[in-house]
Design a protein around this ligand. Structure first.
Ligand code: 6K6
Length: 144
């Protein structure tokens, strides 16, 4: 049994497109039952490509890299292709992090083979948020 809260980095598309923003919000709420989610802002409806105006791109980059290093687990919603999410996944893999990728069956995009073909990533396809509740329960039972 873990003594400290699990630190979770949630990754989801921002400049790649915000089609799944409301799903990100629901996923983040579920994840908050299991630990501290560092990137709660990814689900915000007011975060668009213009984003957080009070912070520069370099500050975002530095902050996100440092959070990935701190995280025990990376959960990436990959239904909407995003350069940033792809970069974060590559970095997290090189740091030996636990990585879960979530792909919504309703996505208009076919998942990149660089994600679906990587055995280091646990890729879970889902149709609705209720399915993810079951997926998370199983995964967190395994890793805690
Ligand atoms: C400020 C100015 C314009 O946009 C912003 C706010 N942007 C971001 N804020 C926080 N995290 C970001 C931001 N842009 C990218 N990221 C990180 O990359 C997040 O952790 C996401 O998982 C990922 C999204 O990448 P893109 O390429 O879809 O933006």
């Amino acid at each position: 049994m873990r003594k400290t809260a699990m630190i979770i980095y949630f990754a989801g598309s921002i400049r790649g497109g915000r089609n799944f923003q409301s799903v990100y919000q629901e996923i983040i709420s579920l994840l908050q039952n299991y630990g501290l989610v560092l990137t709660e802002h990814i689900g915000r409806s007011d975060l668009n490509a213009a984003g957080e105006a009070d912070i520069s791109d370099n500050e975002i980059y530095q902050r996100d890299i440092s959070w990935i290093k701190q995280a025990d687990l990376i959960v990436a919603e990959v239904s909407n292709p995003s350069l940033g999410v792809g970069y974060e996944l590559g970095l997290a893999e090189s740091l030996g992090k636990n990585i879960i990728c979530l792909y919504n069956q309703k996505s208009e995009f076919i998942l990149s083979a660089m994600i679906s073909g990587n055995n280091k990533f646990k890729v879970k396809t889902y149709q609705n948020i209720n399915e993810l509740q079951i997926v998370f329960k199983k995964i967190f039972d395994e890793i805690s």
